[in-house]
Design a protein. Structure first.
Lengths: 294, 294
């Protein structure tokens, strides 16, 4: 019997956004333990250069791997876009799952009208990581399908989510302003391409209902990634025994942060949707530090 | 004749907020040249620990001082709160002006009802730097006056300003939600305690007009700081000769940034209120680096 099964899953993000992914994982896989690392000393990643983000992701992941984990989830769109390939290359013996591919695959399979919208931060949208991934998938899966893509940057959704302005007039008006251009498209599937956006899911859904003549399916990178992780653990025989009673949620997850832990708790509880353990402060030694200033 | 007079003024901020201060300086002192340093690789400072911010401020200021400046403006509330004393200690031979003291002095002098409100980021408000400064001033100036203070954190004003949502329903509703508690106070003077907030000045003024039975004077740290700087330059005989025609605004200011310059321009032009020179990328060597991770 493999003891590797009993190791926790590592989840990495720049801040609190990855907690929506962690919440989805813990709901889907209540027997698994998790170590969450929020690189709060360097948040936000969205505006940093690609090389910088890759270096941050490599060093943060090394810390999690040294803690002993059986799988690694990169619960951050920017770190996935710039770091996933380098991470897979650096750690070939551990399954590493990013947030872009699972939800993109779901979008490709589910769109009936062949029109998908992606909403994300300005950084994610301008990186074109979702269009590239969707194109890859169409080729890989050998699908005889073309998909029209609409990309919309929704930068105010992150502060609204972090500040807890999730419903009501302000978020609805912001959502309307961002999403109204979809009116003249046949988009039937929308990817929430930022780990913060599931917090605003209801407002986004209501707004789309009022704009679009047909139903739009919201796909959430947190949900898709947790389902992908479940599949990978099962396939590699890494899933924990599910016959016993799971531990209470709060005891299943350790939280590590790189800045002072005090600022993390309030927002983290909101994003996780329940009480969490007090985060521990960790230092990340930045190796391969060719940039003297960072 | 002193050639020191002809040196530029150094202005330092973590990002674009300090450009409202720069704009006020350049309007008030059109003959002066400016070097602006935005520490965009480490923005935002608001959530970082006090020691970290102090170290960033010291190293960034050293870069400006090495460029050759005759005065230094710390155009950032967080860097002023945590770094000003250390900077004055490190560089006793150069006048250094922060953004907290000038506007606080103005508030103390101008309030007639003895009630002042301070709005700022969550970090600025919880640091209580304005109440401490106002208390200091009352003691220093030996004023027989007590001032009631109201502090309100308005965290969404920064992303609204950066995204250019300056007027209309969304910023007005956000402002109303933050400022409504002032209704039951006799506040007649409000400090815009964040260098981003002058961008939202009109919306804040309209909101206060609709809430308050009497007029509320808005004091803007950008305006107050530039007036203070003018006084200091004149007092120390450091002001440039004003008899000749000033250079065009765009040619008077050099911009340095620590992250990739590309992301800086659009927001910077909006904050500065006109065209700017293309920013130059600089590296800041972080000395006294006792924290291996930063």
């Amino acid at each position: 019997m493999s003891t590797k099964k009993n190791l926790p899953i590592g989840v990495f993000d720049s801040g609190v956004g990855g907690l929506t992914v962690t919440r989805a994982i813990t709901e889907l896989l209540p027997h698994e333990q998790i170590i969450y690392l929020g690189d709060t000393a360097r948040v936000p990643y969205g505006n940093r250069g690609a090389d910088t983000v890759r270096r941050y992701a490599l060093n943060a992941s090394k810390l999690l791997i040294n803690e002993g984990i059986k799988a690694l989830v990169i619960a951050c769109n920017t770190a996935t876009a710039h770091g996933l390939e380098a991470l897979k290359h650096a750690y070939p013996n551990i399954p590493i799952i990013g947030v872009i591919s699972p939800v993109s695959r779901e979008a490709v399979m589910r769109t009936e009208r062949g029109a998908v919208a992606i909403i994300g931060t300005r950084g994610t949208i301008s990186s074109k990581c979702y269009p590239a991934e969707i194109q890859n998938l169409l080729t890989q899966l050998n699908l005889d399908k073309t998909i029209a893509l609409e990309q919309i940057a929704c930068p105010l959704f992150v502060p609204l989510a972090e500040e807890g302005w999730l419903q009501g007039e302000v978020p609805e008006k912001v959502a309307m302003s961002y999403l109204e251009p979809l009116k003249k498209t046949s988009v039937d599937t929308l990817i929430l391409g930022c780990t913060h956006y599931p917090m605003l899911r209801d407002t986004i859904a209501v707004t789309l209902d009022s704009i679009m003549p047909h139903h739009v399916t919201l796909l959430d990178c947190a949900q898709s990634t947790s389902r992908d992780l479940a599949g990978v653990l099962s396939e590699l025989d890494l899933a924990r025994d599910t016959t016993s009673q799971p531990l209470p949620t709060k005891e299943r997850i350790r939280f590590l942060v790189t800045d002072e832990p005090s600022g993390f708790m309030t927002t983290a509880i909101r994003f996780f949707g329940g009480p969490i353990q007090r985060p521990e402060h960790v230092n990340i030694i930045m190796e391969d530090d060719t940039n003297a200033d960072l």
